[in-house]
Write a protein that binds this ligand. Structure first.
Ligand code: S3P
Length: 426
């Protein structure tokens, strides 16, 4: 699908954003492992999270509900059943990595696969620690690529130093650790999103953090959840950048999750000069939530590197658009992980920004971009990646003339109504 976008002259009013994708995945996976019925409100209905629901149903868990409310009949830590068929995670890395952890603790045979993109992404990072815990996992390229075949059960806790700051790997090991014998200790190189830890604690798991080390005690059970998913800051990010860049804009986005392990974009944009105010800061289901008020501002170039990277990793494609229109140069480094997302996001960002007239230099672990006062409409591709599609949608709103985004249907992965919302501003 192709979408043609014209330069947007006015952006004002309230914008609703979809529910958080990371938290939605976790809510249904953890609820499946709880003893009894959980209720999840405001669940994200998008391609990735529905892939998780489908897999969970194949494991013998009843999931019902209408609109965005789900009811999940949890089976307990040891109650899942062997699936009768291959589990298809489609495009969703979170589904595959978290379920690899869950299934490693289940005493049956299961196979996880996904689409072309997911089957090319690195799985060794989850397979390695789970094998160390005792799971028997095989897959293409000695278990580095899906399809993955898992024979679980009989796990021992481990003391594991994560080679990359990855919430998916951390969560996979924690989920396996729930069914293991002995303590599981995880050492993160820098903090990644902590939704799994928050939710596990709320469900009664004995889990502690000290610095960058997490300790999970084995045994016990998980209590069911009564949970409300906040708005997704990764989806709000597109409108935050749009409102910053469009002259005279002012928008309100209510109910956005502002967990500090996720909100690095807001801090970086503010340091560049953005006008972002957090109102009505509160806690909902153990997650910090706020209403965001964003108004237009002139941005200055900046350097983004080190520990802040995991807190804004998914927002870098749209941050790159803001950097291209800032005053002065910007640099993103220590972001090598972008190369193994749904597409190679460093290559995709650089290629597309160049097509829009920006001066960009691709680096192995990021990119350098020279700020300028305008982008020029062009034809850019999503590379089948939702975040590239949406970042290019915002670039189209601020570029001169018209911009065509090909592969625009990729937004269905996390934000099915994205183009509809964007069109409402014409
Ligand atoms: C996610 C973690 C991040 C992020 C992804 C969602 C999660 O991936 O990029 O979109 O829900 O745990 P990594 O764990 O690979 O950093």
């Amino acid at each position: 699908m192709e979408v043609v976008i014209k330069k947007c002259r006015e952006l004002a009013g309230e914008i609703a954003v979809p529910s958080d994708k990371s938290i939605s995945h976790r809510s249904v996976i953890l609820a499946a492992l709880a003893d009894g019925r959980s209720r999840v409100e405001n669940f994200l209905r998008a391609a990735d999270t529905l892939a998780t629901v489908r897999c969970i149903r194949h494991l013998g868990v009843e999931v019902s509900g209408e609109n965005n409310g789900l009811v999940i009949e949890g089976k307990g830590l040891h109650g899942l059943s062997e699936p009768g068929d291959v589990l298809d995670c489609r495009n969703s890395g979170t589904t595959m990595r978290l379920l690899t952890g869950v299934l490693s603790a289940q005493p049956f045979y299961s196979v996880l696969t996904g689409d072309n993109s997911l089957r090319s992404r690195p799985m060794g990072r989850v397979v390695e620690p789970l094998r160390q815990m005792g799971a028997r996992i095989d897959g293409r390229d000695d278990g580095r690529k899906a399809p993955l075949c898992i024979r679980g059960g009989g796990l021992q806790g481990i003391d594991y130093r994560l080679p990359v700051a990855s919430a998916q790997v951390k969560s996979a090991v924690l989920l396996a650790g729930l069914g293991a014998e002995g303590v599981t200790i995880l050492r993160e190189p820098s903090p990644s999103r902590d939704h799994t830890e928050r939710m596990l604690k709320a469900m009664g798991a004995v889990l502690n953090r000290s610095g960058n080390t997490i300790t999970l005690q084995p045994g016990g059970t998980l209590s069911p959840l009564d949970f409300e998913v906040p708005g997704d800051i990764s989806s709000a990010a597109y409108w935050v950048v749009a409102a910053t860049l469009i002259r005279g804009a002012e928008i309100l986005i209510k109910g956005v999750g502002v967990n500090p392990t996720r909100s690095g974009l807001l801090a970086v944009l503010k340091s560049m000069g953005a006008q972002i105010v957090l109102e009505n800061l509160r806690e909902v289901s153990g997650e910090p939530v706020a209403d965001l008020v964003v108004s237009a501002a002139r941005l200055k170039g900046t350097v983004v590197q080190g520990d802040v990277i995991p807190t804004l990793i998914d927002e870098i494609p749209v941050l790159a658009v803001a950097m291209a229109l800032a005053e002065g140069d910007s640099l993103v480094s220590d972001a090598r992980e972008l190369r193994v997302k749904e597409t190679d996001r460093i290559a995709a960002i650089c290629h597309n920004l160049r097509l829009l007239g920006a001066e960009v230099e691709e680096r192995e672990d990021g990119f350098w971009v020279r700020g300028r006062n305008r982008l020029l409409g062009s034809t850019v591709d999503s590379y089948g990646d939702h975040r590239i599609a949406m970042a290019m949608g915002i670039a189209g709103m601020v570029a001169e003339g018209s911009t065509t985004v090909t592969g625009a249907e990729a937004v269905d992965i996390s934000y099915p109504a994205f183009w509809e919302t964007l069109r409402s501003f014409w």
